[in-house]
Design a protein around this ligand. Structure first.
Ligand code: SF4
Length: 426
């Protein structure tokens, strides 16, 4: 059993509260269980209770065994001075305050409905892809939908941390931070790191100086990526290499090793060369990408912004020196949607928060709701369980649910898990 089960019992008062009394026999009356605290300090703040003849407004601390109070070093910790009730599964030892007075203790072991305890234990022991898999269908749909809405926001808030870090690293330069984040997403999973390293090593300001010359943009990006180091017999790569040598010297650049780029097992359309060429075409379209994103009124305008097509050379190549059948390398719709979901939406959301402009946060959420659900194995698994993602907000929420709740087995902090256990009354 985990301590979180006690939190659940207390928070939702799912124990037998008749003739409630401390282990010393003083009657307890709970007016309010307090605010659940998931950070450091006591588990519930500002509970309102009557113990014996005394009314208390204070904190509640919980442990499976009372002795954990000592093991966790709460004695002498001022953060726990205001604990008015110690709620435990079993009291294996009385706990005293510094002055020798006993802390009132309530045990829940004999007050927990057996059906509820068994349902909790089943959830704990279940080894399915998600532990509630056998019963998730019993959770009311309204609970599931509300929870997914909250998780979509939680996921965006979690992404705020990475954006804050990028802003710190760029001296609070929003365009530069957006450029780095966008570069990372352009690299997809496989080449995310080198793409981001490339953006860090090549400031947007430098690229912006050459924004009107697509060949110079490609020279800077491919040269800096180390992809012009190999000799090539074709004229275009040779010209890019000459340009890069000049620009490298001019800006004092140091190129990255070509070996970090991965081509293996990628579809040619996802080769880093193609993504870099598309990235160059995008910067050619605008070096103020975040401003364009903030100004875009709908998905169509965003899709148009990101559908920049690379130059002529790339219509017959996937790599330098390897001609292929003619095909335009305009970024596909799924790829653009990935850029919107993973970079545009989090930036809009964070920008709105930092600038106190709620309209950007609303727009970010509206974009997710408008975009179709992502397609990946995780979303497929949810669907096989009968949980269908209706849009990208749902698919993002389901990713958050699986990675942050189901896998670490935080079922008692999950609205679905709570709802399922609340159904167990016997
Ligand atoms: S975290 Fe929620 S959805 Fe995931 S297994 Fe637990 S109860 Fe089910």
């Amino acid at each position: 059993m985990r301590e979180s089960f006690l939190h659940f019992l207390w928070r939702w008062r799912r124990f037998d509260a008749r003739d409630l009394a401390t282990t010393e026999g003083l009657p307890i009356d709970i007016s309010h269980p307090g605010e659940w605290n998931i950070h450091a300090g006591p588990d519930f703040f500002n509970a309102r209770l009557r113990i014996g003849d005394t009314r208390w407004a204070g904190n509640v601390e919980m442990h499976l065994r009372a002795s954990e109070w000592l093991a966790h070093g709460h004695s002498g910790d001022p953060a726990y001075d205001n604990v008015v009730l110690h709620v435990v599964w079993e009291e294996d030892t009385p706990i005293l305050r510094a002055g020798g007075e006993r802390i009132p203790c309530l045990t829940l072991k004999d007050r927990t409905p057996s059906g509820l305890l068994e349902a909790y234990q089943r959830l704990e022991q279940e080894r399915s892809w998600v532990p509630c898999q056998p019963s998730i269908g019993k959770a009311p749909e309204i609970v599931r939908l509300n929870w997914l809405d909250r998780l979509a926001v939680e996921r965006l808030e979690q992404k705020n941390a990475a954006i804050e870090e990028a802003l710190r690293a760029t001296g609070n330069h929003w365009e530069e931070a957006f450029y780095r984040s966008l570069a990372r997403t352009f690299g997809l999973k496989v080449n995310a790191e080198p793409f981001e390293a490339l953006a860090r090593s090549l400031p947007l300001l430098t690229l912006a100086r050459h924004k009107n010359d697509p060949a110079q943009l490609e020279a800077l990006l491919f040269g800096q990526a180390g992809l012009l180091d190999e000799p090539c017999e074709e004229e275009y790569p040779q010209m890019l290499a000459r340009e890069y040598r000049f620009l490298k010297h001019k800006y004092g650049l140091a190129s990255l090793p070509a070996s970090q780029w991965k081509f293996l097992r990628l579809r040619p359309a996802n080769f880093p060369t193609i993504r870099l060429a598309q990235f160059a075409a995008l910067v050619h379209r605008s070096a103020h990408l975040l401003s364009c994103v903030l100004d875009a009124r709908n998905i169509r305008e965003l899709e148009h912004l990101f559908s920049a097509t690379p130059g002529e050379y790339w219509s017959t190549h996937y790599r330098f020196g390897h001609p292929s059948a003619r095909r335009e390398k305009v970024p596909g719709r799924d790829f653009i949607r990935l850029l919107i979901i993973n970079t545009v939406v989090p930036f809009l959301f964070h920008y709105g928060k930092v600038k106190s402009q709620e309209q950007y946060q609303k727009r970010a959420l509206a974009l997710l709701e408008e975009l179709p659900a992502e397609r990946n194995s995780m979303i497929d698994n949810w669907q096989a369980m009968g949980i269908k993602a209706r849009n990208a907000a749902h698919s993002q929420a389901l990713i958050q649910l699986k990675t942050m709740y189901c896998t670490p087995r935080r079922c008692l902090e999950c609205a679905i898990g709570t709802a399922l256990l609340k159904q167990e009354n016997s």
